[in-house]
Design a protein around this ligand. Structure first.
Ligand SMILES: Cc1ncc(COP(=O)(O)O)c(C=O)c1O
Length: 445
């Protein structure tokens, strides 16, 4: 078993003096306490005993109706018999792996992948194969090459795990043509796909894209949803939509894991949905997170050195930053925490094989605008110091000085002097597009 880098980090970053961009936290302070109070009051008065009782392993029908509403909002149809209510979306990843993976089986996922999936796959001893991404999400051409190679070796992946929309950690979205092709590949090769979609409704610009499940009709695509980012992670409610025979196996796994999902929080969701404000709340969250995303993109443009690249998410909670390869973001995190009280997730947490060492994931939903600007300024400072240090050391080593005499490497000089990622075999240095230089207006503020 491997420890989850993120869970370890949460302990340190909980210190009040730390500005943390490390968690994947939605801003729960926006949930009205009066709504919380009225819902729990109603439960106390009308259904206290059943809220405190065990429930069916597959979840309550009323909860499934709420889930069907959420899925319909994203263009999917789900019948109650297609659904199993889980203890968060995280449990779906665990149960699907538990159901399908024997030690040594291949699981395919993106590079980088959701850091919380890494310890799950490693605990079932999966052989994880990661497929590179670009600004349009997973490279489906590379996926096909990989599937052919595995096929030639007589190895059949158990499933492809993907976060196609506003990916955690990279923030990128799988394009419409790639979605179509992925679903075709699944059908052609009879390959299961686990679509993990916590962020689909958190879109800040652009047109929604059909989820993989909507394209495939739920034949090869298993779908993971969660209330964590559209309501609150503290209620620990997620779900899986899957074909009947698969769902039956997953249900056996869940019986063994925790018998059933909390009756209390399922009732909370049912009553919350009955109030009819859930869409308005998601809309408010989108307005808030759009503003924070823009604040972070602007701060990155202002405070990060020109050698850094970062993604421009149209939704979700994360920006992925790629730094020059000589920077180790685990070391950088130690320095940032120790000297500047600021935290992020080092990119290596999103890989199974130690790659991603010069990248970082930044979360923009949980900090205030002021904290975002200050935190990015502090990280920019430590990054710039590392780059200057490297420049000084490499000049000393090679006895050469840049003509300009400036401390840091210029972006162009660096690009010229270092080999392209492919030439160097550095598959982890994903070249996501850099945000254009102009400052964004304060949208939504
Ligand atoms: C891609 C992805 N999948 C699953 C989860 C797990 O979410 P939860 O268990 O809170 O539903 C997260 C949480 O951040 C996530 O980002």
């Amino acid at each position: 078993m491997r420890s989850s880098a993120m869970r370890d980090l949460m302990a340190i970053t909980a210190r009040p003096e730390v500005i943390s961009f490390a968690g994947g936290l939605p801003d729960t302070s926006t949930f009205p306490p009066s709504t919380f109070a009225s819902i729990t009051q109603l439960i106390a008065e009308e259904s206290c005993a059943s809220a405190l009782q065990y429930g069916p392993t597959e979840g309550f029908d009323e909860t499934k109706r709420c889930i069907a509403d959420v899925m319909a909002e994203e263009g999917m149809r789900a019948d109650p018999e297609d659904l199993l209510v889980t203890t968060g979306g995280q449990q779906v990843i665990d149960l699907v792996a538990k159901t399908f993976v024997d030690p040594g089986d291949v699981v395919i996922c993106e590079a980088p992948t959701y850091p919380g999936a890494v310890p799950v796959f490693s605990s079932y001893e999966a052989d994880v194969v990661q497929i590179e991404m670009d600004a349009d999400g997973m490279r489906i051409d590379l996926l096909e090459e990989t599937l052919d190679r595995l096929d030639a070796e007589g190895r059949r992946p158990k499933f492809v795990y993907t976060v196609p929309t506003f990916q955690n950690p990279a923030g990128v979205t799988l394009s419409a043509p790639r979605r179509k092709r992925l679903v075709e590949i699944a059908r052609e090769r009879e390959l299961l796909v686990l679509e993990d979609n916590p962020y689909g409704l958190l879109r800040y610009e652009g047109e929604p894209l059909a989820p993989l499940r909507a394209l495939d009709g739920g034949v090869y695509v298993l779908y993971l949803g969660t209330f964590s980012k559209i309501l609150a992670p503290g209620i620990r409610l997620g779900w899986v939509a899957a074909p009947g025979p698969v769902l039956a196996k997953i249900q056996l796994g869940k019986q063994a894991a925790d018998l059933c999902t909390s009756s209390l929080t399922q009732q909370f969701v049912e009553r919350y949905f009955a109030e009819g404000r859930w869409r308005a709340y998601v809309h408010e969250q989108c307005t808030l997170y759009r503003r924070r995303r823009d604040a972070m993109l602007d701060a990155l443009a202002e405070f990060f050195p020109p050698q850094a690249d970062w993604t421009q998410p149209e939704g979700g909670l994360f920006i992925w930053v790629t730094l020059p390869e000589f920077i180790d973001t685990e070391d950088l995190l130690a320095k940032a925490l120790r000297e500047e009280n600021v935290a992020f997730v080092p990119g290596s947490a999103a890989y199974v094989d130690g790659r991603g060492g010069s990248s970082m994931r930044l979360n923009f939903s949980a900090a205030s605008d002021d904290e975002i600007v200050e935190g990015i300024r502090r990280i920019g400072k430590v990054v710039s110091e590392q780059i200057s240090l490297y420049g000084t050391l490499s000049r000393t080593e090679h006895g050469a000085r840049p003509a300009s005499g400036s401390a840091g490497l210029r972006k162009d000089e660096q690009r010229e002097s270092s080999p392209a990622p492919d030439e160097a075999g550095l598959a982890d240095v994903v070249q996501f597009p850099r945000r254009s230089g102009e400052r964004r207006g304060a949208q939504g503020s």
